[in-house]
Design a protein around this ligand. Structure first.
Ligand code: SF4
Ligand code: SF4
Length: 395
């Protein structure tokens, strides 16, 4: 029961020290403990929902840093998620938001909507980051929409007949826009002699819907994806985006009661580091790595990307690599000023590392960090770990 989980919180406040949002705003209601108290007050009828209430509940990044340090084993981000699900069916979730979120249930409609809104109506053909998949930063811009999505470009079966066979989950941001990351991932897997299954029927993982508490919508997407992957035939399902990864690994079990799936899902860097061997050449570049929240804290994948990068580059660990870059789920959309302040720290640590290239494992972090570097006129490339590995693999 949710209320029992809430009562496990001793209100000690230890979690306040690690919450990136509280660190910037220094307001108790925006701390993990404060959010738990707000959910408790709502359940016990001591508080009613308001715009301010909804805003506070939706400004948690769900980075899980609080759960990481809680001595009582409380999961504040899960309590926040339950509150979001309670808020979804109230008037505090606008009809427009619901409509856009629900458009992800119909891939054709979703694509047409994006193309109409951002290719035909906008002369510069750029897509505001908040649209894909509605969890990104309002003031930054994605690269152009791809002429061909990843799912249009590749056949379902690539490199058939190899000893290992994996399914590749593409995710919306990479499918529609950051297609170069998928190109690198597919090339790397081919070079590693792995067969790849890229089902055309796969769809959005459901994370934007879950962020707003639309459990029923997310359930529908989970069912479509599980059916599309027919995962009995696969050694693993690989994700290239940590938000998709954490959703498949942790949320699908809850949504559709499928406990087998999570044992098959790996982040691509996790799978490559654990289950493959390869020959590389050392690259003459220095690289620093940023831990995406949903990869390090959500999936405990932190050693694997470092292992890959240390083997092929001059690796430099930046200060506070595991701190959020500032993108932070819906935070950038709701509170760009907090998002930007969190980002300033990341920028400083990247600059101080003096590395030539910033590597990370999340398409959202890549775009957000690129945008910050550009605005600060710092000339550094930001690449996905597989894009760097691709450059070093020998044929
Ligand atoms: S969530 Fe955990 S760390 Fe935070 S106040 Fe409650 S018991 Fe303390
Ligand atoms: S999940 Fe992250 S942002 Fe949310 S309350 Fe915990 S530490 Fe703060």
């Amino acid at each position: 029961m949710l209320i029992d989980e809430i009562k496990d919180c001793s209100k000690c406040g230890i979690c306040r020290a690690v919450c990136p949002v509280f660190f910037i705003v220094n307001d108790e209601v925006m701390s993990p403990r404060g959010r738990i108290s707000l959910v408790e007050a709502l359940i016990e009828g001591n508080l009613s929902v308001s715009d301010r209430y909804t805003d506070i509940i939706r400004s948690c990044i769900k980075c899980t840093r609080c759960a990481d340090v809680c001595p009582s084993g409380v999961r504040p981000e899960k309590i926040v998620q339950s509150a979001r699900e309670m808020l979804y069916n109230t008037t505090y979730t606008s009809k427009t938001i619901k409509e856009i979120l629900r458009s992800t249930l119909d891939r054709g409609r979703f694509r047409n909507y994006i193309v109409k809104k951002f290719r035909e109506d906008k002369p510069d053909n750029t897509v505001p980051l908040w649209f894909l998949p509605l969890i990104f930063h309002g003031n930054a811009y994605l690269p152009n929409l791809a002429e061909k999505t990843v799912l249009e470009k590749y056949p379902e079966d690539v490199n058939n007949g190899r000893k290992q066979k994996v399914g590749l989950f593409i995710g919306c941001s990479i499918n529609y826009s950051n297609t170069d990351i998928a190109d690198s991932a597919i090339d790397v897997l081919e070079k590693l002699e792995i067969s790849i299954f890229i089902p055309k029927d796969q769809t959005c993982c459901g994370v934007p819907l879950l962020f707003y508490g639309d459990v029923e919508g997310a359930k529908e997407l989970a069912k479509v994806n599980i059916k599309a992957f027919k995962y009995d035939d696969l050694d693993a399902i690989l994700t290239i985006c940590p938000a998709c990864g954490i959703t498949l690994k942790q949320e699908y079990n809850r949504l559709v009661n499928d406990s087998d799936l999570k044992t098959k899902v790996y982040d691509i860097s996790e799978y490559i580091a654990k289950f493959t061997s390869y020959n590389t050449r050392k690259l003459d570049i220095s690289v620093t790595y940023h831990d995406p929240c949903y990869l390090r804290l959500g999936q405990e994948v932190l050693a694997e990307p470092r292992k890959i990068l240390k083997g092929i580059t001059d690796y430099i660990e930046m200060k506070d690599a595991n701190k959020c870059c500032g993108l932070g789920g819906t935070l950038g959309l709701l509170h760009p000023e907090i998002s930007q302040k969190i980002g300033e720290d990341k920028l400083k640590n990247i600059a101080n590392s003096n590395a030539d290239i910033v590597a990370t494992g999340c398409p959202g972090c890549i775009l957000f960090i690129r945008d910050m570097l550009k605005k600060a006129e710092i000339n550094k490339k930001v690449l996905h770990t597989v894009q760097i590995l691709q450059k070093s693999l020998l044929d």
